[in-house]
Design a protein around this ligand. Structure first.
Ligand code: FES
Ligand SMILES: [Fe+2]
Length: 385
């Protein structure tokens, strides 16, 4: 299946005309089955995806489970104190091994009690060791490539992604002083929204809607007019949501933070589906992935500095995120409906400080879906034929 024609044309134009007037992608980009098939392979399986936080599995044998792109996964911690992401599918006959979260001495299948260690190695297969030809080395659970970035655990499912730090390097300067690696998870939450994953990721990462959609919640803190884009890189983009002069700001902040950092929410998008708003004493993050052309999964949480748990601030931040997420959800459901109209079309984007992150994302998608050089039209037609 190839890309929808109008999406293909729009993505290809980004290569051939870098000075094109910034416009939104055609509706097919946000709803087409073919689009989903292409991006699942190119940006999700071959990309780095956030599965949560290292602080969710602080001790050896701690674990939690999740699904990502339909893959059942276990996030756990091994004897060497490393976070490990394993397939949650038994190598005997396919039962899921673990559910929920907890702590185990070993991973034991509930079906016939095969058991594995925290690196996925098979430890025991009752009675099967008497089977002629049984080879325990062929029975390890897939153990995926992981990278921990300021406490967030990223996984690459295909094993083919480039090095995580390679594509993200330029973003670290904006993130490091928040010391997110010292923060703790408040309440990891998984939701399913009937919405294309890109609508939610773009929305989280553009400041244009802050004032109109969040007039009573976010606008008093970080209004649209004060947004300032940062330069994007291969694997990321972002902007600074400066705080209003009248906003009191936050207490309980890390001493490394600059004066500017103490007065902004640093918004960072690690492509494809990880978005975070780093504020001086806490952060809201989302890991967004598709479950269908117009259905998504979002695993999100607030993480916060230790002191804020005692003062109640951490819980307040979480409740605040619930309220502005609800505002976004209502608006985005309406957008998805609009995108199915036969009269829906591309629209002009606002200037870079307000929607430049969306424009950066389109360039990333174009590169991932069409390759570094783009393609010419005759090629696409040959492929389609
Ligand atoms: S399916 Fe797991 S032990 Fe049989
Ligand atoms: Fe929003």
């Amino acid at each position: 299946m190839t890309l929808p024609n109008d999406t293909y044309e729009a993505l290809n134009e980004l290569h051939h005309n870098p000075d094109a007037v910034p416009m939104s992608m055609p509706p097919s980009f946000y709803k087409d089955e073919a689009m989903l098939e292409q991006e699942t392979e190119a940006v999700f399986l071959n990309g780095w995806l956030c599965v949560g936080r290292a602080d969710e599995v602080p001790e050896e044998g701690d674990f939690y489970t999740l699904e990502l792109l339909g893959e059942p996964l276990i996030v756990t911690r091994n004897k060497e104190d490393q976070v490990v992401v394993l397939s949650n599918v038994c190598r005997h006959r396919g039962s899921q091994l673990l559910t929920g979260r907890g702590n185990n001495k070993r991973i034991t299948c509930p079906y016939h009690r095969w058991s594995y260690d925290f690196d996925g190695k098979l430890l025991a297969a009752p009675l099967v060791d008497k089977t002629e030809g049984f080879d325990r080395k062929r029975c390890a659970l897939p153990n995926f490539r992981t990278h921990v970035w300021f406490g967030w655990v990223f996984v690459n499912l295909s094993g083919k992604a480039g090095e995580f730090e390679e594509s993200i390097r330029g973003a670290n300067q904006y993130v490091k002083n928040y010391h997110a690696e010292e923060m703790r998870s408040v309440e990891p939450t998984t939701e399913h929204w009937p919405l294309n994953w890109k609508c939610l990721a773009e929305n989280f990462m553009e400041g244009y809607h802050l004032t109109p959609v969040h007039l009573k919640t976010l606008h008093p803190m970080c209004p649209t007019r004060l947004c300032e884009k940062i330069p994007g890189g291969d694997g990321y983009t972002g902007y600074k949501a400066h705080y209003n002069e009248n906003y009191d700001g936050r207490t309980e902040i890390h001493p490394d933070m600059t004066e500017e950092e103490a007065r902004i929410s640093m918004m960072v998008w690690v492509y494809p589906g990880f978005v975070v708003a780093l504020s001086p004493n806490s952060a809201v993050y989302m890991s967004i992935s598709p479950t269908g052309p117009t259905d998504l999964q979002v695993r999100w949480d607030v993480i916060a500095r230790q002191e804020t748990f005692e003062s109640g601030e951490a819980k307040n931040r979480f409740d605040f995120a619930v309220s502005f997420n609800a505002e976004d959800r209502e608006r985005l459901m309406d957008v998805q409906k609009g995108l199915s109209s036969r009269y829906a079309d591309r629209g002009f984007l606002a200037p870079p400080d307000l929607e430049g992150t969306v424009w950066d994302f389109y360039h990333y998608m174009s590169k991932r879906l069409l390759g570094d050089a783009g393609t010419d039209r005759s090629n696409h037609e040959r492929n389609t034929a």
